[in-house]
Design a protein around this ligand. Sequence first.
Ligand code: COA
Length: 183
Amino acid sequence: MMTAPEIIGGTDAAALRIGPAGRMDFASLRAIELAAFETLRNAGAVSGKAAASDDEELQAYLDAGLLFAAFAGNTPVGYAGAIVAGDRLHVGEMDVHPDWQRRGLGRRLMQTLLARASARGLRGASLTTDRFAPFNAPFYASLGFRMIEGEACPERLRQILASEGLKGLDPARRIAMLLDFPG
Ligand SMILES: CC(C)(COP(=O)(O)OP(=O)(O)OC[C@H]1O[C@@H](n2cnc3c(N)ncnc32)[C@H](O)[C@@H]1OP(=O)(O)O)[C@@H](O)C(=O)NCCC(=O)NCCS
């Protein structure tokens, strides 16, 4: 009798797949986001009650064709969602469940979104994030994003930073980042 390969709980990165997520995954994606909130809390980036994206936000990523998950077997263990804002991809959310972090899934999720954006002829990408957590701004910088501040920061991103402040995120820790595709 053939034995099914052990994927969940295994360490074989090749057994982990990045693929489109759907509406049936929303509850799992929210659970991942809530669990990953604790990673941010441990890094001092957030405090207070954990919150996750609502249906409307996840649906916007889905409608844009820019909602991807990392799957261990059929189980989502991470996800990234984006929309198109003007001539850029805007990454709205990215989380990997703490049990599955540090295996390259975050990088693969972001590369998937960036590849889609480039294939659509977009100029680049944007996001807002924490300046100091090593898996936030420094990680995105390793993918080619640069911090953008003051007058150089587009109004659209300033508004997102302002709304994050109203939601209780520390404005001193938040930063907008831009990436330009070559050519
Ligand atoms: C950001 C996040 C999605 C990255 O997912 P991941 O699967 O762990 O990422 P990767 O394994 O691809 O690692 C990417 C890089 O981040 C950095 N990194 C990730 N976790 C780290 C940690 N705990 N300490 C230091 N650096 C870390 C490393 O530079 C790593 O690159 P390396 O593997 O070449 O060293 C994940 O850390 C997470 O869910 N964090 C909490 C929620 C969050 O911050 N979301 C993003 C908000 S903007």
